[in-house]
Design a protein around this ligand. Structure first.
Ligand SMILES: CC(C)(COP(=O)(O)OP(=O)(O)OC[C@H]1O[C@@H](n2cnc3c(N)ncnc32)[C@H](O)[C@@H]1OP(=O)(O)O)[C@@H](O)C(=O)NCCC(=O)NCCS
Length: 153
């Protein structure tokens, strides 16, 4: 798994029970998952087709820092399925807990909104990065290292 994004829970994220509103958390997950999938697939033209079951295991309070992690479960022909996990980090206690996790699936679409294949280059690059770096989104330094190794091979 790799860290996709971090978010601090604010007063305006709170619902009626002093906890972060569930819909806001789902939106954050969709946002993080879509941006992760888009970067992996080299395209913003992805639509969410499916969310698996999602259980809110722990409440999120104002000031809690959420860390959203992800990994690819599977590439299909036009789809990419991700495992997404949200952990909260309490800055007062240093405690970290899993708030929720789920699988999210996206489909790559063309201008008309029809499914189109995700390229084999994207799939093989993810597999190669996972093997060498343990993740699909590389830092600038890691990308340079990857480019160098491609030139050398
Ligand atoms: C995504 C969409 C284009 C797919 O169209 P479709 O006619 O279902 O396409 P297909 O049947 O050819 O399936 C395309 C992919 O979706 C997957 N899929 C379709 N229905 C699915 C379902 N019920 N559950 C899981 N995956 C499904 C297929 O497995 C396929 O993946 P693959 O190519 O990797 O095998 C269409 O359903 C759509 O536009 N949905 C609305 C998306 C949206 O608005 N999302 C919210 C905003 S981003």
């Amino acid at each position: 798994m790799e860290l996709i994004t971090t978010y601090i829970c604010k007063a305006f994220d709170i619902g009626v029970h002093n906890n972060m509103f569930g819909g806001t958390l789902i939106s954050l997950i969709d946002d993080a998952a879509a941006s992760y999938a888009s970067q992996l697939c080299d395209t913003p033209h992805l639509v969410t087709i499916k969310f698996d079951e999602l259980i809110f295991k722990k409440p999120v309070k104002v000031g809690n820092i959420l860390k959203i992690y992800g990994r690819v479960i599977k590439f299909g022909t036009s789809s990419i399925e991700l495992y997404i996990e949200v952990r909260k980090h309490n800055v007062y206690t240093g405690e970290r807990e899993i708030v929720t996790h789920t699988n999210v699936k996206f489909v790559r679409i063309d201008e008309e909104g029809n499914p189109i294949p995700i390229s084999d280059r994207v799939k093989s690059r993810y597999a190669a990065r996972l093997k060498e770096f343990g993740k699909g989104l590389l830092s600038a330094e890691e990308t340079d290292k990857e480019k160098l190794s491609l030139r050398l091979n």
